[in-house]
Design a protein. Structure first.
Length: 289
């Protein structure tokens, strides 16, 4: 496999990683919650797409809005009536709570869906585009474009809407946001809902190109955590850059050292960035929490 082919594969994979990471980064940056349940929410989104495709023949790409809507409602309710009770608690307590939710979701999924590997690959998933000497699957291109569109839509939402501006104000200065009339409880619930919706979209995308299972969440959670640190906490485009970089490094690392060392390479890159630039590649100290 040529270096150019690996680069293209890595960039396409990195776009998916960015969508996984951006919702995780949003919740962490605004609420100071390390949402360990993010991977489980991604898995739920993947199964929504799978079952709609398997039972009713709905095109997997058409299920993305459904999984986003369903996960937004689930995330909103979880934050409003569960996580909000500990939002002021030490970060370790929220870590344990979200970890417990992740275990519940994963074990219920194992009971209902079994541990069998599945996917929602449509008939056209095997088509490829020939670009020079490169072979690029059409579905992977579509997934990357959707991933970039979702990340860009979040950027517009955060910068052009009243709710998005309220989320940014809450992230920057909680007390000042309160004084300006921002309803912090509602903003937190919406923020968590948006993060969950992005996890659902990422899960739907993953189910189209890769196999899924009830225990698929933890590896992608680890990648989301790493990408957030690489790009800069709370920075949307930082998550996109971090995802692309991680995807490329993982792609080349899998060839040079074997697939078993992909995670090791990612962690080594994380340590290097923390040593050289602790705030991340595009992070700002002003947003650190």
């Amino acid at each position: 496999m040529t270096s150019l082919q690996l680069l293209v594969n890595g960039l396409l994979l990195g776009c998916l990683y960015a969508v996984i990471a951006v919702g995780f980064s949003l919740v962490w940056g605004v609420m100071n919650i390390i949402n360990v349940a993010h991977g489980a929410l991604l898995m739920v989104g993947a199964y929504i797409t799978f079952w709609l495709f398997h039972l009713w023949g709905v095109d997997p790409f058409a299920t993305i809005p459904v999984s986003m809507a369903g996960l937004f409602v689930l995330g909103y309710l979880l934050q409003r009536y569960l996580f909000n009770r500990l939002v002021r608690a030490p970060i370790f307590m929220t870590f344990i709570l979200t970890f417990g939710v992740a275990l519940i979701v994963e074990n219920l999924s194992l009971y209902w869906f079994t541990a069998e590997y599945r996917s929602a690959r449509p008939a056209y998933s095997s088509s490829v585009v020939h670009i020079g000497g490169l072979l690029v699957p059409t579905v992977r291109i579509a997934l990357a474009l959707i991933a970039v569109a979702l990340t860009s839509a979040l950027f517009v939402f955060m910068g052009r809407t009243r709710i998005g501006l309220a989320i940014r104000a809450t992230r920057m200065n909680l007390e000042s946001a309160k004084l300006m009339g921002v309803r912090i409880g509602s903003i937190y619930a919406i923020t968590f809902g948006v993060g969950a919706a992005l996890a659902g979209a990422a899960g739907s995308l993953m189910s189209i190109a890769y196999v899924i299972s009830p225990v698929m969440g933890p590896p992608y959670l680890l990648r989301a955590f790493t990408i957030c640190i690489l790009g800069g906490l709370g920075n949307i485009y930082g998550a996109l850059v971090g995802g692309l970089l991680f995807g490329v490094v993982e792609s080349f690392g899998g060839l040079w050292l074997g697939t078993g060392f992909q995670d090791v390479i990612g962690m080594a890159m994380l340590v290097l960035v923390l040593l050289v630039r602790p705030s991340g590649l595009m992070g700002k100290r002003f947003y650190e929490i």
